[in-house]
Design a protein around this ligand. Structure first.
Ligand SMILES: [Zn+2]
Length: 463
């Protein structure tokens, strides 16, 4: 499989390991607020990616961290006059509930920062011992970026830009270099703290990831993912910490960064009023719709989220659902036609091969989805002539690639009432009572269903 590696700036081959598990780490949420749709672009993408690998025979261990102690959590707790733990507990729960609704189920281990203070301290001590970290009295322990020669190799820079996500925890007037970041911050009154032999305090943001991945994945692993905004300083800092403490290069083989998600052409922000939480989205749409929206875009490109893109995703999923229902209908109506058609086999085999090709080329999901639509339109005119066996194989060639991306497409069962009405309409038509037939069609329409008169009889589907 070819994957674009941010570190090398080109596509590299990732081979399926034969005697071990592929190890993936993705930066999880900071649980201080309702997660927004931009956060979930990354999580849905990696869920699809890992599911695809697993369905294709890869053994994968997928680790995600939960940042459950952080400036933003402390700030919110102070604003709401409750404990920081109740904030992080509440939003961690909401994160998992959103994941469930989105069908995200591929993560093997969620690891909280606060459950791994011991590992964080251990790595900090190693960095001090090796001369990469220094202490500022009554302040904290910082990483000295000037000591790590490769600092900047991932993002190709060492300076902060205005849009970089930075933490208050890294602020200090007494740092050796402007870009030095906190590994351990000594506690101030009313802040969470852990008593340790380095002094009572709390961890920096970057160190939690390398301490956790060290514990669960080892000093080196295969893939690190995260939103593009985490590339600098967060991921750059991770490389510095991990390679400096272990002495092993590279820390991670492949760095994958899904792009931004903008809303109506602008970066999402509460002040612009274009901020959409996942809960907002899921109160109006199914989880599949968001997955479709994410995967119908190339993962490294930005997504411009608009009402229209949501509607397009909804319509696309609907047309897949109706196509599958048509195939079920064909299978039901052609009970005696057991043979398969060579032409159909050729079409589905070619489609399957193309889908595999594009997914193995930097996981090009929009192309893969495009292939599914090409297959459907190539067969649209032939659908009523398919044999029962054909209809199964076509269905398989649509459902399987979608399932490998994490889609579960539910077909509808037509309620008995609607079935009866459509039978009545059929009868009116046979008796040439066209006025009654039309009236019945309208009634069915009002109840939310449509009718297609096909060579195999009347096909009913939900609008
Ligand atoms: Zn992270």
């Amino acid at each position: 499989m070819l994957l674009y590696n941010t570190l090398s700036g080109k596509k590299e081959e990732l081979k399926k390991p034969t005697n071990r598990t592929l190890k993936i780490f993705v930066c999880g949420p900071t649980v201080y607020d309702y997660p927004h749709i931009g956060n979930f672009r990354t999580f849905v993408f990696f869920d699809s990616f890992v599911k695809y690998l697993r369905l294709n025979g890869w053994r994968v261990f997928y680790l995600q961290n939960i940042t459950d102690v952080d400036d933003k959590i402390i700030k919110r707790a102070n604003e709401e006059k409750i404990s920081w733990r109740s904030i992080s507990k509440k939003f961690e729960k909401i994160y998992h509930s959103d994941e469930k609704k989105l069908g995200i189920s591929s993560v093997d281990k969620y690891a909280r920062a606060t459950d791994n203070i011991k590992e964080i301290i251990k790595q900090t001590k190693t960095l001090i011992a090796k001369g990469y970290a220094y202490e500022i009295e009554n302040d904290g322990i910082y990483f000295d970026i000037s000591k790590f020669k490769d600092y900047g190799k991932l993002s190709k820079r060492t300076y902060l830009d205005a849009e970089d996500s930075v933490s208050r925890i890294d602020d200090s007037l007494n740092k050796r270099n402007k870009g030095d970041f906190a590994l351990w911050k000594f506690s101030k009154p009313d802040e969470p703290e852990w008593p340790t032999d380095l002094g009572a305090g709390r961890p920096g943001w970057h160190i939690e990831d390398t301490a956790l991945s060290g514990k669960y994945l080892g000093e080196q692993y295969d893939i690190h993912g995260g939103g593009i905004d985490l590339k600098f300083p967060h991921h750059e800092a991770e490389i510095a910490q991990a390679e400096a403490s272990s002495g092993k290069i590279p820390f991670v083989k492949i760095w994958m960064h899904p792009g931004h998600l903008n809303v109506s052409g602008k970066k999402m922000s509460k002040s612009l009023g274009n901020f959409i939480t996942m809960e907002n989205f899921l109160s109006e749409h199914e989880g599949n719709v968001f997955r479709f929206l994410v995967l119908s875009h190339a993962y490294r490109s930005p997504i411009n989220y608009t009402e229209e893109t949501v509607e397009n995703s909804e319509n696309a999923l609907k047309s897949i659902r109706i196509f599958l229902e048509k195939l079920d209908f064909v299978a039901e109506k052609t009970k005696n036609k057991k043979s398969e058609t060579e032409e159909i086999n050729k079409i589905t085999a070619a489609s399957g091969a193309r889908i595999k090709d594009v997914l193995e080329d930097d996981f090009n999901t929009p192309e893969a989805i495009g292939e599914i639509f090409k297959l459907m339109s190539a067969l649209e005119g032939k659908i009523w002539n398919l044999t029962k066996k054909d209809s199964y194989s076509v269905k398989k060639s649509i459902v399987l690639p979608l399932a490998s991306l994490g889609f579960y497409i539910k077909t509808d069962k037509i309620p008995l009432k609607i079935k009866r009405l459509s039978e009545k309409r059929e009868l009116s038509r046979t008796n040439k009572q066209f006025v009654q037939a039309d009236a019945l069609r309208n009634k069915i329409k009002e109840l939310g269903y449509s009718i297609d008169d096909t060579p195999l009889g009347c096909f009913v589907y939900k609008d």
